[in-house]
Write a protein that binds this ligand. Structure first.
Ligand SMILES: Cc1ncc(C[n+]2csc(CCOP(=O)(O)OP(=O)(O)O)c2C)c(N)n1
Ligand SMILES: [Mg+2]
Length: 309
């Protein structure tokens, strides 16, 4: 695909992720996708803005809301749908499902259903990069809920103490399932991260891929040069329920007004001309990927223990 400028490229990538997840919503009632799905609809711009400046050799570790990062980092779309279908052509041979995607060939090192569990993996990879004198950098993406976990604190301390080339990205949608940060945290996320001696940054415009890109690409350059950790909190908004394919605005834990004000700023809802320009080719690609998943075969029983130990 040829783009007129960076804005178009970022828009195309973000719109692709949104349309992929809308396809998942459409397919889900058929039960062809049996794993739980945590959709990133509303949060795509963060993944796209973060991944744009990263090289294939840079490594990223994500949480269970990982579709957007898998795709933004360059993960294969056919293998994505095949994985969701549990087929042996999936990126994890059908054993990972939606919450455990990986595409190590493009530096998407994996996602995990266990909150905060990939943060120490990312720090370990950063330690390896340092010890082996490599020049790639590591990004660790997690939600505001991961900040509540003990291992998060150990990981930040270790990365700072050992001066590791890592960027921590906190995707703050203000929710861990249904609980707000004010109900869970007696501290401010950035104040607290800063106390570990890591420079901190904030981006309030998580709906705006160009702004995320602008802020994040500076951190990438910084870490490439200094080989020291950086931390960014990016504000965002999850439109759908925590897990599943429905809206849950009537569930009573957040206000619909807040979501509507976010949607009003969302380019993927408002830039009609660009949506019309790109949507047909993206939908074609999605249909091909779904057909690939449908036509692929299941893993054999004899494959049960391959690649898992
Ligand atoms: C260690 C652990 N505790 C609890 C859960 C249940 N759980 C799954 S997702 C989630 C909330 C995560 O919130 P956040 O990290 O902010 O990510 P978000 O869902 O908002 O993207 C919780 C508590 C879990 N999977 N792992
Ligand atoms: Mg959250």
């Amino acid at each position: 695909m040829k783009f007129n400028d960076l804005y178009e490229e970022l828009f195309y990538k973000a719109l692709s992720i949104r349309l992929v997840e809308e396809k998942i919503i459409e397919l889900y009632p058929t039960d062809k996708i049996e794993s739980p799905v945590h959709l990133s609809i509303g949060q795509e711009a963060v993944a796209v803005g973060v991944c744009q400046e990263l090289r294939t050799t840079d490594l990223i570790f994500s949480n269970n809301r990982g579709h957007a990062y898998y795709l933004a980092k360059g993960g294969d779309l056919k293998e994505f749908f095949a994985e969701l279908y549990g087929k042996n052509t999936g990126c994890c041979r059908g054993k990972g499902g939606s919450m455990h995607l990986a595409a190590t060939d493009v530096g998407f090192m994996g996602a995990s259903a266990i909150v905060a569990s990939t943060i120490p993996h990312a720090v370990g990879a950063a330690l390896a990069a340092k010890k082996l004198n490599k020049n790639h950098i590591i990004t660790s993406v997690f939600g505001d809920g991961a900040v509540d976990e003990g291992v998060y604190h150990e990981a930040l301390n270790f990365a700072s103490l050992h001066k590791l080339p890592i960027i921590f990205v906190c995707e703050n949608n203000d929710l861990a399932v249904h609980s707000r940060t004010t109900e869970r945290q007696a501290f401010k996320i950035l104040d607290h991260a800063g106390n570990y001696g890591i420079p901190t940054h904030y981006c309030a415009e998580g709906y705006d891929f160009t702004e995320v890109y602008r802020v994040f690409s500076r951190l990438v350059s910084e870490v490439r040069t200094t080989r020291l950790p950086q931390y960014i909190e990016i504000k965002t908004c999850r439109y759908m329920e925590h897990v599943g394919v429905n809206e849950d605005y009537n569930a009573g834990y957040r206000s619909i007004k807040q979501i509507e004000s976010w949607k009003a700023k969302d380019p993927l809802m408002n830039q009609k001309a660009l949506i019309d320009k790109f949507k047909p080719s993206i939908l074609k690609e999605i249909e091909e990927a779904v057909m690939f998943a449908e036509d692929s075969s299941w893993p054999e029983l004899t494959d049960l223990l391959t690649d898992v130990i």
